[in-house]
Design a binder for this molecule. Sequence first.
Ligand SMILES: NC(=O)c1ccc[n+]([C@@H]2O[C@H](COP(=O)([O-])OP(=O)(O)OC[C@H]3O[C@@H](n4cnc5c(N)ncnc54)[C@H](O)[C@@H]3O)[C@@H](O)[C@H]2O)c1
Ligand SMILES: [Zn+2]
Length: 341
Amino acid sequence: MKELEVKLNTNSYKIIIEDGLLDHLSFYIKEVYKNKKIFIITDDNVKKLYLEKVMNSLKNDFELDYVVVPHGEESKSLKIYAEVCEALIDKGVKRNNLLIALGGGVIGDLCGFVAATLYRGLPYVGIPTSLLSQMDSSIGGKTGIDFYNKKNILGAFKQPKMVLIDPLTLNTLDKKEFNNGMGELIKHGAIGNINLLNMLKSKPRIDENIIAESLKVKRKVVEADEFDLGDRMKLNFGHTFGHAIELKYHYKHGEAVAIGMLMAIRLGIRLGVTDEECLSVIEDILKLYELPCDYYDYKDYLDDILYDKKNIAGVINFIFLTHLGECIIYKIDENKIKELV
Ligand SMILES: NC(=O)c1ccc[n+]([C@@H]2O[C@H](COP(=O)([O-])OP(=O)(O)OC[C@H]3O[C@@H](n4cnc5c(N)ncnc54)[C@H](O)[C@@H]3O)[C@@H](O)[C@H]2O)c1
Ligand SMILES: [Zn+2]
């Protein structure tokens, strides 16, 4: 069992990571919730796999009800948000009831946003089940939905009361979703945790130790920058080119980040900011996990990144690795980038 604490100005909470945790959830939830009624929000895929297990492990101590939404990014919409709120109100939800987000990042973001807004805020606990949500999105308090064709544009900061992670749920995740999380997990190693990179070299099972090491990187930036005003930008390593590649080639986000990281490393080496060994080490780890490492020409993506939201007055905030496990926010003039590529 691994236990981490996220310490914030607004509140602090525990993350528990343990194989088989879904079988004894009550023990932990009783620590943070003293009332009876719990509403579980999940998607149809996760419902089939884990809802019964979760309800069995809670039913002796709590009164349970649930709301199921379709799986996929489309559920992060105003329509589904409204449907979830309506269902909860119809079921008699009160502002002191607990919500549980049982699922991947979509459910975490959606349920968190409901928890932030319904009755101006209800408590919620995260039970992330996808790799991406376990190693990243379940902590940090960013919640929200997509709107007007823009991702995450309606949202709120809302921290969970607790996050409960059972790595055994990863056994049912398909390869594509697993890779999606792996891209971001390797990114966490690259920007902030050389131990994690070293652990990954032997391709271990993604267990509580690996997830904990990944979350430590996220926790560090979240604690330093609760409301995303500076340091959290480091999590965007690999995302500047990654986003452009993702849109053009329909890679999963984490796969595009893999390619974006290699592009950022090569650019950093050209600039003299990034240590040369970063390229071979990160590329080898990406290949080990069968993430794409294709080479794309920077010139084809310059227009996309120069008009990216991070480009303020011709200056781009770029995240470069300095060494393995360390990165910096580097302001670079757009003309300088044009010269380099
Ligand atoms: N809040 C944040 O800080 C943050 C950070 C990164 C990403 N995100 C958001 O997270 C979302 C992506 O998260 P995701 O990749 O988890 O997507 P997701 O929630 O859509 O889950 C991916 C798929 O896996 C299925 N699934 C989940 N757990 C499973 C399991 N154990 N076994 C089998 N199938 C399972 C889901 O039903 C879904 O079909 C995006 O909307 C993104 O914007 C949020
Ligand atoms: Zn990302």
